[in-house]
Design a protein around this ligand. Structure first.
Ligand SMILES: Nc1ncnc2c1ncn2[C@@H]1O[C@H](COP(=O)(O)OP(=O)(O)OP(=O)(O)O)[C@@H](O)[C@H]1O
Length: 239
């Protein structure tokens, strides 16, 4: 589905990506892990051709995305759930959902309507007529995710959806991602929250200084405390 091959580049002064390669198979959830500044957001920006300097290849279902404008990458079926929640604050929840909506695609069976979104995110149904400014951080995160789905993506790039959320909202994000996985959506999930990432992802890539330093299945990473401690500097807390 998505293949990144040997991506190198950055913003001008020094390179952020240094030969990064990874694959997201059809219907797979892939976790992109790494410490602050490792290059997770930059990888997502590279897929949208938003880096001033970039070499390497990016293909979606075998077709190159390199050189396309960001809106063209989106038309090909890639949606970004950006870090930090970007909604239109003066619009209502429902207006936010409708403003970026696209008609269903012929190359996937997945179809997202406002009704389906509301059953996936009941809190948004309750808050449908409320303006964005009045939503909690967790509600805004749900709306950001929901808006991306309304573009009918083949592939969702999700950039740290748990950042800054209370544990109860992190659990809601987890449930939503698990349901999207069950529906068959392909997802590249950048996360600092290892517990969340591994409870959703099939496979994981750890990056450091813009290159992959470990990859394997979520089960392998869960079992490998040395890799967790060495490359991520964290351990999953035991209950
Ligand atoms: N717009 C920019 N201009 C210049 N350098 C940038 C820019 N955005 C990010 N960087 C640098 O690129 C490197 C990678 O940043 P990136 O945001 O991709 O990391 P990350 O893994 O997503 O980390 P975080 O979890 O902090 O978001 C960092 O050193 C950062 O300072």
């Amino acid at each position: 589905m998505l293949e990144l091959r040997d991506l190198s580049g950055g913003y001008g002064d020094g390179s952020v990506l240094n030969g990064l390669s990874l694959t997201v198979e059809e219907g797979q959830v892939v976790a992109l892990l790494g410490r602050n500044g490792a290059g997770k957001t930059t990888t997502m920006r590279a897929i949208f051709n938003l880096l001033p300097q970039l070499t390497g290849s990016v293909t979606l279902r075998g077709e190159s995305l390199r050189g396309l404008a960001p809106y063209e990458v989106s038309q090909r079926g890639v949606a970004l759930v950006p870090q930090g929640r970007r909604i239109f604050p003066s619009l209502t929840v429902e207006e936010n959902l409708l403003i970026g909506a696209r008609p269903p695609r012929s190359d996937t069976n997945l179809r997202w309507t406002v009704d389906e979104i509301y059953s996936l995110f009941p809190v948004l149904r309750e808050r449908g007529r409320v303006r964005g400014t009045l939503l909690s951080g967790g509600e805004q995160q749900m709306l950001t995710l929901a808006r991306s789905l309304m573009t009918q993506p083949l592939l969702l790039l999700c950039d740290e959806p748990s950042e800054g959320l209370a544990p109860v909202m992190v659990d809601r994000v987890r449930e939503v991602l698990q349901r999207l996985r069950a529906a068959g959506l392909s997802i590249l999930l950048a996360e600092q929250n290892l517990d969340l990432a591994l409870s959703v992802a099939d496979v994981a890539y750890i990056i450091e200084e813009g290159r992959v330093i470990w990859h394997g299945t979520s089960a392998e990473l869960l079992a490998n405390e040395d890799v967790q401690a060495t490359y991520l500097g964290i351990r999953i807390q035991e209950d």
